[in-house]
Write a protein that binds this ligand. Structure first.
Ligand code: PLP
Length: 407
């Protein structure tokens, strides 16, 4: 008898974004004439940088000629891309990461989920609250949690964050084995200082724990004191895996290219306490289950590191940060407190009441879609996330409407 993975039945039924879609559809059905502005889902709106387009066109032409055609490439990514990443994202910043520690993939969402295959099934997992739902749900699917009661899964250690700790979690009071951290954060837009990250690295070293560091938004960092990578912290090479993506950096959400950094010194332990390096394990997993990112896409990603590519991607993130500044100043003027939006494309606003009620109010009275904070965890109640990923015109129009409705 074919059996089903019953862990799936533990998942909470309404996934945040499908509930938003449902409410927006229901509203639109009765108000077809109203123009809705979406500042909800975290997807980019601006086209790919010209340098990426040019590189991709050239690569497509290579694929059309027998002499330059390419079939399967290395599963881990072409050396040209792995080397460009190691040099520009790490070595140029003084961090010691080599090309063979970079694994190119088609997305950080799947990488953050797939990495769990390397770990045992009885782990104590620390999850920040609020959090990007993927970390939690994929652990539920893998059977690493108990049932959900009142919005929390049994067996997970929730790291609560709030305005009081600047949405940077304190170290756990009980020992944990696996720690998820994401900075600049989705959904709160919070960033972690060097000292805050150093405390986590020290904790992981002392407790033989592992940090999964999601740096999908590092390209939005403007404050020169904020680390772009966990490897800027001494000792992190032994206790952290980092996830990066071209999705938000260069508008690759529909093009698909990301990478995971697994240093050769990072380890996990056997039951007997023997250290096992994770780099060869991830290499084995990646080469067995993945067949590489499309050649033209890898060429487009490589172009992000060319002189023009650097200027163009900087302009792209500057553009979204310009939107974020407009959102921030409007909400400040209306008397709201918030985090994010300065080194991140998300603004996390304290709305002082039920997030879904506030969401409905903005939808029905301003026709502006936001993301209710409660959808990211219990500690997100009372907040909404506003995304800066949109055209300038839409952001300005949305803020004009908010001024009217929230005055
Ligand atoms: C958008 C995002 C990613 C990137 O996901 P891709 O699969 O690479 O597009 C990763 N982590 C977080 C928290 C994100 O918001």
């Amino acid at each position: 008898m074919i059996r089903v993975n019953e862990n799936y039945s533990k998942l909470q039924s309404s996934y945040l974004f499908s509930e938003i879609v449902r409410r927006v559809k229901a509203y639109q059905a009765d108000h077809a004439e109203k123009k809705i502005i979406r500042l909800g889902i975290g997807d980019v709106t601006e086209p790919l940088p010209p340098a990426c387009i040019e590189a991709m066109h050239k690569a497509v032409d290579e694929m059309a000629q027998r002499t330059t055609f390419r079939g399967y490439g290395p599963e881990q990514g072409y050396p040209f891309l792995r080397e460009a990443i190691a040099q520009n994202d790490f070595q140029a910043r003084g961090t010691q990461i080599e090309a063979d520690e970079i694994f190119v993939s088609d997305g950080s969402k799947c990488d953050t989920a797939n990495i769990q295959e390397l770990f045992g099934d009885k782990l104590t997992i620390a999850i920040p609250d609020p959090v990007y739902p993927v970390y939690v749900d994929t652990n539920v699917m893998a059977g690493r949690t108990g049932k959900n009661t009142k919005g929390r899964y049994k067996g997970l250690v929730y790291l609560e964050t709030s305005e009081a700790n600047g949405f940077v979690p304190a170290l756990p009071e009980q020992p944990v084995d696996l720690i998820y951290l994401c900075f600049p954060n989705n959904p709160t837009g919070a960033t972690a200082t060097r000292n805050q990250l150093a405390a986590w690295v020290k904790y992981a070293r002392e407790n033989k724990a592992l940090i999964l560091f999601d740096a999908a938004y590092e390209a939005f960092i403007r404050d020169p004191t904020i680390p772009h990578s966990i490897y800027e912290i001494e000792g992190a090479r032994d206790v952290a895996i980092e996830f990066r993506s071209f999705s938000k950096t260069a508008g690759f959400t529909g093009t698909r290219c990301a990478f995971t950094v697994v240093p050769k010194t990072v380890v996990a332990y056997t039951k007997k306490g023997e250290a096992v390096p994770l780099n060869p394990m991830w290499n084995r997993r990646h080469t067995t289950k993945f067949n590489g990112v499309a050649y033209p896409v890898q060429r487009a990603a490589e172009a992000v590191y060319s002189e023009e590519g650097k200027t163009q991607t900087r302009a792209l993130t500057d553009f979204y940060l310009g939107n974020a500044a407009i959102i921030r100043s409007t909400l400040a003027e209306l008397g709201y407190s918030m985090t994010g939006g300065e080194n991140s494309p998300y603004i996390w606003v304290n709305v002082g009441k039920d997030s879904w009620k506030f969401f409905d109010k903005l939808l029905k009275r301003a026709q502006v879609v936001t993301t209710p904070g409660a959808g990211f965890g219990r500690c997100g109640q009372g907040f909404i996330r506003i995304s800066a990923f949109n055209s300038r015109e839409n952001v300005e129009e949305a803020m004009k409407r908010l001024r009217k409705v929230l005055k």
